[in-house]
Design a protein around this ligand. Structure first.
Ligand SMILES: Nc1ncnc2c1ncn2[C@@H]1O[C@H](COP(=O)(O)OP(=O)(O)OP(=O)(O)O)[C@@H](O)[C@H]1O
Length: 628
């Protein structure tokens, strides 16, 4: 239905619907028990929830400490106004919001380096500390348990003619305007390059770091954005009810926000508002039912357990899912059918039957629009000296020194457990060596970490796929290409993710070179195995590296896929240095200019393919005369 709308209107459809609903709400909902005051509180919670949803829904970081920022914004604003230090409510709101953002910067800086439950615990601990500080050491400023009364309401205009925005409908209108602006801004953030990267972080954090994005910095940005929203909502709370309550800081506030967001729909932006409407309406109305008494909390709890069980994605999440499902069902079905056909054809070709489909990859020479970073002029691209990695007593890699020449295909081979993958991981500082170092074009990169080395021009495709399962092929490659065009971190929150011409050209080139044009809009988890392997390589390639490391690129592929991927590798090698770990020795001896052989963590041989094939030690220890 929405497809028939003009593109300009379609782009702002959610905002348009939101405005219509917010205009209609005070006309239609009061008879159902939604007073203007209740509607205003719902909007205030919704504003708090917008930031939380960017943090939790988009980035996957569950904070149990949003009350800390809500409280800081609220109390700083209220104190400045009541103490007379600032006369303008708008200015006090701006300062309160900025204070919450600064506090968010501090807490986030400590929290984002931790993951999962540890992150959540740090946010919870800070919120509890903030509650204590508000109640005790700072009670002269905050009123302690009494909070701050007499917070003035905002005024529109100047001097005598200024219009006070009083409680009731005017305050509802102000909060509605704030919410619409906050929503539009949040949606822009979600659709921006930063939003794409935050989503990818939720899908697969280590891979985002390996592509060259500074994961901690992006998480911190999401954290501060959430704190700013919370600070603004907190500031408006005091002004709207003329009183800043101490329980803004309480654990219950943080917990209620989490529940409301889950009930309304995580990752939908509008979900926290809907969750708040249901929660507050039920709470207000259950409390006044005669005979229910204190049992209202029990009834509320049961109602919410039911909602969460039957509407797993939350109310808005479920609605959006069902609408998308109907619209996308045919596309998903077709994608799955294509996957089955490809896998059937691959199984057939693996069993020696003639392929029922043409080779899926049609390779052209790959000229990527985004150039790799320019690095040194020497002949040696990568060099290791005395590189070792020990796990307890096990020497996974032991004192390995070798060089990889610029513009060559260099293979690293060795039997299972020889240390190839560990060596690879050390080449881009994914794993820190126990001893020794790696140099990229003469510059020491050991100790820089995987994100910095990626920015210097090394990328790796992994032995086990590290994809973004719910992102499409195009979205995945875009996240990779953004790392080359934007560096480790850039806060372009307002521009659209797909609006960078060079990045888009890069993505299209890689899609074509991978032979995935037909699958560009297919989520990674639906792809056939061979396609996933190619996407794994493509993501590394899309960062436009100087040196591309391929860890077992042919593993598990059918013969047809292998041939196609070999062509792809040859084509990539025309413009960059390639290092390959691979067990398919026939492929390696055809592809590689030089070969390094590892055996039990040590360097056994290093030379041209002919030299290595003739090397007696290699034959004895590994090849068993196969290539003599
Ligand atoms: N994180 C780790 N902790 C302990 N031991 C490890 C770790 N990673 C690798 N190893 C061990 O180091 C040795 C080398 O492993 P590695 O994966 O590098 O070998 P590989 O040559 O890549 O093997 P394969 O060809 O089977 O992938 C193995 O004995 C492995 O069990």
């Amino acid at each position: 239905m929405t497809r028939n709308l003009p593109p300009a209107l379609r782009a702002v459809l959610p905002e348009t619907i939101l405005v219509l609903v917010l205009v209609a709400a005070p006309l239609l909902l009061p008879p159902l028990g939604f007073s203007y005051d209740l509607l205003s509180r719902v909007l205030n919670w919704g504003l708090l929830g917008l930031g939380f949803d960017i943090l939790f829904g988009l980035t996957g970081l569950l904070s149990f400490g949003q009350a800390a920022f809500y409280g800081v914004g609220g109390f700083v604003t209220a104190y400045l106004l009541v103490s007379g230090k600032v006369a303008s409510v708008w200015l006090a709101l701006a300062i309160g919001t900025a204070a919450a953002g600064l506090f968010g910067l501090f807490v986030g800086w400590l929290a984002v380096r931790r993951i999962g439950i540890y992150f959540t615990m740090i946010t919870l601990a800070f919120a509890q500390m903030a509650y204590f500080i508000e109640n005790s050491p700072l009670s002269d400023y905050t009123g302690g348990e009494n909070g701050i009364a007499g917070v003035p309401q905002p005024k529109l205009g100047f001097g005598e003619s200024a219009l006070t925005i009083s409680a009731g409908l005017p305050m509802y209108a102000l909060l509605a305007v704030a919410f619409v602006i906050g929503f539009a801004l949040a949606r822009r953030i979600v659709m921006s390059p930063v939003g794409s990267i935050l989503l990818a972080i939720r899908e697969n954090t280590p891979r985002v770091a390996m592509l060259g994005h500074d994961v901690s910095a992006y998480k911190l940005a999401a954290f501060v954005i959430a704190a700013l929203y919370a600070g603004l909502a907190g500031g408006m709370l005091g002004s709207f009810q003329s009183y800043m309550p101490p329980d803004a800081f309480s654990l219950e506030t943080s917990g209620q926000l989490v529940v409301q967001t889950i009930v309304g729909g995580v990752g939908t932006l509008i979900g926290p508002l809907v969750g708040a409407a249901i929660w507050l309406w039920l709470r207000d109305n259950l409390q006044v039912i005669p005979g229910l008494g204190a049992l209202w909390k029990l009834v509320l709890g049961i109602a919410f357990i039911g909602l969460v069980i039957w509407l797993r994605r939350g109310i808005c999440g479920e609605i959006i899912h069902r609408m998308n499902k109907r619209r996308e069902a045919a596309a998903v079905k077709a994608a799955q059918a294509r996957t089955e056909a490809i896998e059937l054809s691959e199984a057939g070709s693996a069993a020696g039957e003639p392929a029922s489909e043409p080779a899926p990859v049609t390779v052209r020479d790959i000229v990527l629009p985004l150039a790799p970073p320019s690095r040194g002029s020497g002949d040696v691209a990568l060099a290791t000296s005395g590189l070792s990695r020990h796990y307890g007593g096990l020497k996974a890699v032991d004192d390995v020194s070798f060089e990889i020449r610029r513009g060559t295909i260099h293979a690293v081979i060795g039997p299972n457990g020889a240390g190839k993958s560990t060596l690879f991981k050390m080449l881009l500082d994914e794993v820190s060596p126990s001893a020794g170092e790696v140099r990229l074009f003469g510059e020491r990169i050991t100790g820089l970490g995987v994100t910095r080395t990626a920015q210097l021009g090394i990328a790796k495709s992994n032995q086990l796929n590290q994809l973004f399962p719910n992102l499409t092929v195009r979205q995945s490659l875009r996240v990779a290409a953004l790392a080359r065009s934007r560096g480790r971190m850039k806060l372009d929150l307002i521009r659209r993710s797909g609006s960078l011409p060079e990045v888009e050209a890069q993505v299209e080139t890689v899609i074509d070179s991978l032979g995935l044009r037909e699958r560009a809009e297919t989520p990674a988890h639906i792809l056939a195995y061979g396609e996933k392997r190619r996407l794994e390589i493509g993501m590394a390639l899309a960062t436009s590296p100087n040196v591309l490391l391929l860890d077992e690129p042919l593993a598990g592929m059918s013969p047809v896929e292998r041939l196609a991927t070999r062509d792809l590798i040859r084509s990539i090698a025309k413009s960059r240095t390639l290092v390959i770990v691979e067990h398919d020795l026939d492929a390696i001896f055809q592809l590689a200019d030089r070969i390094t052989v590892l055996y039990e963590g040590r360097l056994l041989a290093d030379g041209s393919a002919e030299d290595v094939a003739r090397n007696q030690a290699v034959q004895d220890a590994y090849l068993g005369g196969l290539h003599s």
